[in-house]
Design a protein around this ligand. Structure first.
Ligand code: CMC
Length: 420
């Protein structure tokens, strides 16, 4: 790599240290601090506010402008002009497929709709009503046991693991849903596309045959497919950096996604909107969110990277309109509360100053709920979609010449050596 710029770091009266500066296709330049360790200095950056953990050619976010590109293509174009598996192909392989490649890819992925039957036994360890995310993590763990070892350096074995994981995910999520309800899982039906199969595994034929609802699910999957180095993706990369089984890496990513600061926010938004109950109570919740003595935050608001409207939320809001119209419930009370909450927050000095805007999770829950999906399943649907991004990032990491086991350093603040 050609380096033509350096940063000079001077500490006390020591000779300055030259740190190479790398240029990115888009976004800030990067000061390469790898050499600092040799000089007996570490960098400290809790929450990785200013630290790039890797280089990546998959996704670019301009948080100030509210732009999200996958392999250079804007997210709104992908949401309107492609379907989920086409976007998945793009994320994994770097280019959009031609029509033969698209058909072959879809055929291969959808042929993996049935995971090995033995893993269903894993669900028997869970009570009816257990959280679907807990079950999903375990099912992925069971698959890691079933498919072990996998030679991740072998292109064919890696490809197969990627395709199986993407193919199995709708069925795994549906299995957790049916077990959550105390039902048996439907047998997958031949010839259905990815989103329709998922709807079929969740619901009866009537719901699974509704093109508007299937399209809405497919679009939700596109909007969640990847988002560069977020907490769960970084978890998958870190787990993968130890050369762990890919199914186990995806289980790790699923666990990291679960929290309400990340993918769990879609579930938390619906709980919050239900709790607000009436537009007249919105001001009270806004006041709580602003109160420095309260831990309460507006769920579905704010983002580490976006300091503008999340472009995914724009598409999500339009999809929400379409779904509610299709279902004949355009006056859905939660949607009304959400729109009013957004309006009030966006005019409030606290949110303006901190650049807090609705994120992808703000409207997705309203769509999923309108389709009839229980809130407990929302984050699993996020995991289903993000599996594609996790795998694309995991595979990119393994092929990176700079690849090393992830091993951060620390700022030790404990006691000095002492005797017992
Ligand atoms: N409601 C009220 N205040 C907020 C919110 C919110 N949702 N988000 C941030 N703030 C305030 C925060 O209190 C802080 O104020 P001050 O400067 O006075 O201390 C300021 O904004 C900056 O917040 P931060 O916690 O330093 O920001 P962060 O980048 O560490 O956190 C976040 C980002 C997404 C965790 C946070 O905005 C949040 O908790 N949002 C609610 C949960 C949510 O919607 N998460 C989904 C994120 S998008 C999908 C995904 O990644 O999965």
């Amino acid at each position: 790599m050609m380096i033509d710029k350096v940063a000079k770091l001077t500490i006390d009266d020591k000779p300055s240290i030259d740190l190479p500066i790398h240029e990115a296709t888009y976004g800030p330049e990067l000061i390469d601090v790898a050499a600092l360790g040799k000089h007996n200095f570490f960098t400290y950056d809790p929450g990785f506010i200013s630290t790039a953990s890797c280089k990546s050619a998959i996704t670019y976010i301009d948080g100030d402008k509210g732009i999200l590109l996958h392999r250079g293509y804007p997210i709104d174009q992908l949401a309107k002009k492609t379907d989920f598996l086409t976007t998945a192909y793009l994320l994994l392989k770097g280019e959009l497929p031609n029509s033969t490649q698209q058909q072959d890819f879809k055929k291969t992925i959808t042929s993996h709709v049935s995971p090995p039957a033995i893993i269903e036994q894993t669900l028997q360890g869970f009570a009816k009503g257990a959280h679907p995310m807990a079950m999903l993590i375990s099912l992925l763990g069971a698959l890691a046991g079933y498919y072990h070892p996998i030679k991740i350096r072998d292109a064919a074995e890696r490809k197969q693991a990627i395709e199986q994981l993407i193919g199995y995910m709708p069925t795994l999520v549906a299995m957790t849903y049916q077990h959550y309800l105390g039902n048996k899982i439907n047998t997958p039906r031949e010839g259905l596309d990815y989103a329709s199969q998922f709807m079929y595994l969740l619901f009866d034929d009537t719901r699974a045959n509704n093109p508007t609802l299937n399209k809405a699910i497919d679009r939700i999957l596109i909007l969640h497919a990847d988002h560069e180095q977020n907490a769960s993706t970084s978890t998958v990369r870190l787990a993968g950096s130890t050369l762990a089984n890919p199914y186990a890496c995806i289980a790790a990513g699923t666990a990291a996604l679960w929290g309400t600061a990340h993918g769990g926010a879609n579930e938390a938004v619906i709980k919050m909107l239900t709790e607000i109950k009436d537009e007249k109570n919105i001001e009270e919740y806004i006041a709580r969110a602003k109160d420095p003595n309260s831990n309460f935050r507006l769920m579905g608001f704010g983002h580490r990277v976006y300091k503008n409207y999340d472009p995914r939320a724009t598409v999500m809001k339009q999809t929400c309109d379409e779904v509610l119209n299709e279902l004949g419930t355009p006056d859905d009370p939660l949607f009304r509360i959400a729109m009013q909450l957004e309006k009030i927050a966006l005019e409030d000095e606290y949110f303006i100053q901190r650049k807090l805007y609705p994120n992808v999770d703000f409207y997705s829950g309203i769509i999923l709920r309108a389709i009839g999906i229980p809130t407990a399943l929302f984050t699993s649907i996020f995991a289903l979609a993000r599996t594609v991004g996790w795998l694309a990032q995991w595979s990119e990491m393994l092929d990176d010449n700079d690849f090393k086991i992830g091993r951060p350093r620390q700022w030790y603040t404990g006691p000095t050596e002492r005797d017992i």
